[in-house]
Design a protein around this ligand. Structure first.
Ligand code: PLP
Length: 384
């Protein structure tokens, strides 16, 4: 049984985006950072494909397996629970857990072979103790805080904090990383400061360890922060983080469609929906679409968002309610129950016959990340 509102996830587009990103980071000439020494050009960066938050709403298991097949080096998720979901879906690649571990149950790390990020001294002690109990060694990635001021060892205190971590007999440092706070804002000097602080931090950890820093925005901006591995999330899904633009040929991976379930004529002055906020002095026609805020469609779409029906762009009018919303189809007399409604995606070949996630996000004053992550659990993902 399938509801009318469906998210289609194009795994071939996802894999094409992966390859396009891989080609992009392989083709740019790279500045060889001082810490790398030598004059030999480094090999092209590998890719940690970020699939946290149910693969940005696209469905973690299927997306992860498609990225594994496409050649990702590693996958990354937010916490141990997400890592377990990936393993249960059959993922065999190494999986990096980004999040903090201090209050987590660490058994999953070992049972499901997940690679933790160690970002605090207490996490280092906890993982070290858990690995010792199991008489094993735990590979980990070390996170340096270069200015985000969230997780990670402070860049300016490493001489004091790192020796205890690096000497852990049951810990094996596999890579060191940082995360940029303002990679999507070219006017912010912090990006460059973070880059330099990371360079400095690398001197504390030894020459052989692998390094990574670049999320989607940083990857687009500056090849100096590609290091050995890049960590794109949003770009994989075919979305460029605003306000940046990209020359990489990316294809949107998700579309969201529904069907008209009812068409209603409004007499002059009659209003539609909670709060009776939409009415018209002239006769109007609204169509009811069975998708609402329980499906992740934001309340702020009212009066701001558009959908496509019969190849036309029409506005969302009246309150978005829990399970449905209404669109103004006045003048499109032929609209009838069963007609396809495109909420995200394309309906025709013209440029205006596409509603992309960036447009929707801009219309309601949020970021594309939030739109895709919030596509509701009730909506079936169909994979092609
Ligand atoms: C989410 C995340 C990424 C990917 O970010 P995008 O902007 O989606 O490319 C990379 N690194 C870390 C640590 C993250 O949390």
């Amino acid at each position: 049984m399938i509801r009318s509102t469906v998210a289609r996830v194009d795994l071939a587009a996802l894999q094409a985006n992966f390859r396009a990103i891989r080609d992009f980071v392989a083709s740019e000439p790279r500045t060889i950072a001082p810490s790398q020494g030598g004059t030999v050009a480094p090999p092209p960066p590998e890719i940690i494909a970020v699939v946290k938050a149910n693969a940005y709403g696209h469905g973690a298991g299927r997306v992860a397996l498609a990225l594994e097949q496409a050649g990702a080096t590693m996958l990354a998720c937010a916490d141990i629970e997400e890592g377990i979901v990936l393993r249960r879906a059959g993922v065999r690649l190494p999986i990096l857990v980004f999040g903090a571990l201090s209050v987590s149950d660490l058994d999953g790390l070992f049972e499901y072979v997940l690679t933790p990020t160690i970002s605090t001294p207490s996490a280092a002690r906890a993982v070290q103790a858990a690995a010792a109990r199991r008489k094993t060694t735990c590979p980990y990635h070390l996170k340096i805080d270069t200015g985000m001021n969230r997780l990670g060892f402070r860049f300016d205190n490493l001489g004091r904090t790192l020796p205890g971590v690096l000497s852990g007999a049951h810990l094996r440092l596999e890579a060191v990383y940082t995360h940029f706070a303002t990679a999507d804002d070219p006017d912010q000097p912090l990006f460059e400061q973070q880059r330099l602080r990371f360079e400095e931090a690398l001197r504390h950890v030894g020459a052989t360890v692998r390094r990574h820093a670049a999320n989607s925005a940083a990857l687009l901006r500056d090849s100096r922060v590609w290091y050995d591995i890049v960590r794109p999330g949003l770009l994989l899904y075919g979305i460029v983080p605003p306000p940046l633009s990209a020359t990489i040929p990316l294809v949107p991976v998700m579309s969201l469609t529904s069907r008209v379930v009812a068409v209603k004529g409004l007499r002059p002055g009659e209003a539609v929906g909670y709060g009776s906020r939409f009415s018209s002095a002239a006769p109007a026609t609204v169509a009811v679409v069975p998708a609402g805020y329980a499906d992740g469609l934001d309340l702020r779409l009212e009066g701001r968002g558009h959908v496509l029906v019969r190849g036309r762009r029409v506005p969302v009018v009246g309150a978005v309610s829990m399970d449905m919303m209404t669109i103004d189809v006045t003048g499109l007399d032929e609209v009838q129950p069963g007609d396809e409604v495109v909420i995200i995606g394309r309906q025709g070949a013209e440029s205006w016959q596409q509603i992309d996630v960036r447009e929707m996000a801009a219309a309601i004053g949020t970021i594309p990340y939030e739109i895709v992550c919030r596509i509701g659990a009730r909506i079936e993902r169909q994979y092609a």
